[in-house]
Design a protein around this ligand. Structure first.
Ligand SMILES: [Fe+2]
Ligand SMILES: [Fe+2]
Length: 506
């Protein structure tokens, strides 16, 4: 799912702009619908309008009503969606794409051949679960309005209109229930096939009811009406699978145009084939391994406090990419020779602390998501670089400004940045000390968190004491799991006897 934008305050300008955006998209939606429905009648449009004027007004008013409900829903539930024109365009473009496909396939092929789960799947991945459920209802109702309007021309029966409504709604809901588990393209296609089951049952029962209605007794059902039911069920299967394929095709386009981050995009970003990570692996293998470890800890911490695990993983993988500028100046990439032996403590501290900002610049220059850059620049906050400060103290009798030996910040601004700050330090501490026993790990992590609290590193983010406690527990569990002691198995000697194999302790 996509990250919620942390918006500014809602103002009258936002209200005016969002209403205008909605109006514009409402007109575009009507224009597309009218073009699709009236394309064949363009020559006698005046006559047609006179004939069906009331129907037009009815359909336009229904669409307007649904658009107003959409606006009020987001106004009450999530104003951040209305604060950005791109978000509004995203909602309507998803609906417009579905409208085009639903009309073309529904009226030219079969009403059951529509990609019924498309809106739900796109909204779930691009925006969120709640918005997906809501838009699924709206899209099903919008197409129902269009169906009832188009009924006479498109040879669609009333029953088909209603069954199409229930199919669109239920297929979308099933897609949303399962979409949370979708991590690969194959699983998306499986969802497409899975949602077909309830659809096909409805199509089958409706087909039977049509047969009975037309006076054909069940026992005299010939092959051809049954064949038409099977064909329609086949269209249902086609619609389900088509939802998955169009979703996979269209998703990267939507991600790009509307600048949305999805689990699929995050997966690409955190795979070892991602450009910066590949470079990190080759040029700073120690940092790469450290980042992988931090990612494991960050995932556990994020899960413990209800933050997005995929974002935590990605942020951890990229938090130290700024070390690519001088990889050999960081302990994890050094061999026996320490380059800092030749440098003044001031210069060493300068090189070390620059990796936070270098990471920010590198991530932004690769046009990667902003939150990765933010975490990179914030993950050390304004913490002092203790080693070089102590080294400098030994070399001087005068006063030293600790700020010259501290990271330049900013401090973590989000819970995610706070998680990475703690996990980064926890991973380094565990490597340095023998914190493999739960009580040792607990002591080390408690010290890390307390030190950062004393230095007010969490003063600019909304991480709570309860969160910090949960993170500590999660880290102890994760660390003692990762660096666990081997269980001592009793030594047992096995020997074969006449009654089978027997074990005896030595
Ligand atoms: Fe770092
Ligand atoms: Fe790090």
């Amino acid at each position: 799912m996509a990250v919620k934008q942390i918006g500014n305050k809602w103002t009258k300008t936002h209200l005016l702009k969002s209403v205008l955006w909605f109006l514009l998209h409402f007109i575009i939606f009507l224009f597309i619908a009218a073009t699709l429905l009236l394309w064949d009648r363009m020559s006698q449009i005046g006559e047609y309008m006179n004939e069906r004027g009331a129907d037009y007004l009815y359909a336009i008013f229904c669409v307007l009503l649904l658009v107003v409900i959409m606006y009020v829903y987001f106004f009450v539930e999530d104003k951040t969606m209305l604060m950005n024109g791109k978000n509004i365009s995203l909602l309507f473009t998803v609906l417009d794409v579905y409208l085009v496909l639903a009309c073309l396939l529904g009226y030219k092929v079969s009403i059951y051949a529509r990609p019924v789960a498309l809106v739900a799947m796109l909204m779930f991945v691009l925006v969120g679960r709640r918005e997906a459920i809501f838009l699924n209802i709206i899209s099903a109702l919008l197409i129902f309005v269009i169906d009832t309007f188009a009924m006479s021309e498109a040879e669609v029966s009333t029953k088909e209109c209603y069954s199409s409504l229930i199919i669109a709604f239920s297929a979308g809901m099933f897609a949303i229930f399962f979409a949370g588990k979708a991590r690969t393209r194959f699983s998306v296609i499986l969802i497409g096939i899975g949602i077909v089951i309830p659809m096909d049952i409805i199509i089958f029962l409706l087909g039977l009811s049509k047969l009975v209605e037309s006076g054909v007794a069940m026992e005299t059902v010939t092959e051809s009406p049954m064949l038409s039911i099977v064909t329609e069920m086949g269209f249902g299967l086609f619609g389900g699978v088509l939802s998955a394929f169009i979703f996979l095709f269209i998703l990267p386009i939507f991600e790009g145009i509307f600048n949305r981050l999805t689990v699929f995009r995050l997966r690409e970003l955190t795979s070892s084939d991602a450009r910066i990570l590949k470079k990190l692996k080759a040029e700073a293998p120690g940092t790469y391994n450290h980042s992988m470890m931090v990612a494991q800890l960050a995932e556990a911490s994020a899960a413990a406090i209800g933050e997005n695990v995929d974002y935590a993983r990605a942020a951890a993988m990229y938090h130290d990419v700024g070390k690519l500028h001088y990889p050999e100046h960081f302990t994890e990439n050094q061999g026996d020779y320490n380059l800092h032996d030749e440098l003044t403590p001031e210069l060493s501290a300068d090189i070390i602390r620059s990796h936070a900002n270098d990471g920010y610049v590198l991530i932004r220059s690769h046009r990667l998501p902003e939150f990765l850059a933010d975490v990179a620049v914030q993950h050390h906050g304004t913490m002092p670089i203790r080693y070089f400060y102590a080294k400098a103290l030994k070399m001087t009798d005068g006063e030293l400004n600790i700020e010259d030996f501290s990271y330049m910040g900013p401090k973590p601004q989000t819970k995610l940045a706070a998680i990475i700050m703690i996990c980064d330090a926890a991973e380094a501490a565990v490597r340095a000390v023998n914190a493999r026993k739960p009580e040792e790990a607990e002591k080390a992590i408690r010290a890390i968190i307390e030190e950062r609290m004393d230095l007010e590193q969490f003063s600019e983010c909304d991480v709570t004491m309860a969160d910090l406690t949960k993170i500590r527990h999660a880290l102890v569990n994760a660390l003692t799991g990762v660096y666990h002691h081997r269980i001592k198995y009793p030594n047992i000697k096995y020997r074969r006897t006449e009654n089978g194999t027997r074990g005896e302790s030595e």
